[in-house]
Write a protein that binds this ligand. Structure first.
Ligand code: FES
Length: 181
């Protein structure tokens, strides 16, 4: 007949208490490590999160400057590019079109064929690309030449009386507008 362990064995109780305290310490340690890691992760991913939040909106000009446009007008804007912790700024141009149904429309001047700068030609009432003679209507719709699609529209909004644009680059030589990463 084998001996049954005593229910109130002090050695068993001590072992059980040690295991419980060990588990409690491990859980507390993991929780503290997690709390300490949160600010570190937030700090190291800050530039990436900031790019998403800012979304690169650039000022185009006071909105009343564009109220009575009768033809596209070229405007120079400043754009900021963030690459991890490095920020570079550059100037580029966009075309603001006469508002339609109360909405401002802005076009990228980059030709969707091979990327030359498209120009507005007032006396021909159309956009013309100097590189391969692609042409577009005053609304940026493709008219003729090798460009595979119309001129690319850019997101626009008005904030506190200022027209803003979200400048983007798009893939060339494709029939549909595809934003480049
Ligand atoms: S780059 Fe504009 S038509 Fe070729």
């Amino acid at each position: 007949m084998s001996a049954t362990p005593a229910v109130n064995d002090p050695e068993l109780e001590r072992t059980g208490r040690r295991s419980f305290l060990g588990a409690l310490l491990a859980i507390s340690g993991a929780a503290v490590s997690l709390l300490l890691a949160i600010p570190l992760v937030r700090f190291s991913t800050y530039p990436l999160r900031r790019v998403a939040a800012d979304a690169d909106w650039s000022d185009v000009g006071p909105v009343n400057e564009f109220d009575s446009l009768t033809a596209p007008v070229a405007k120079t804007i400043s754009i900021e590019r963030r690459d991890a912790w490095q920020t570079t700024s550059a100037q580029t141009s966009v075309y603001v079109l006469p508002a339609k149904d109360g909405q401002f429309r802005i076009l990228s001047p980059v030709c969707p064929h091979l990327g030359c700068s498209v120009r507005w030609v007032n006396d021909q009432n159309k956009f013309v690309c100097p590189c391969h003679s692609g042409s577009f209507t005053a609304d940026g719709e493709r008219l003729a030449g090798p460009p595979p699609r119309s001129m690319d529209t850019l997101d626009a909004k008005v904030v506190d009386g200022v027209l803003k644009v979200r400048y983007r680059y798009f893939r060339q030589l494709v029939a549909t507008k595809e934003e480049m990463a």
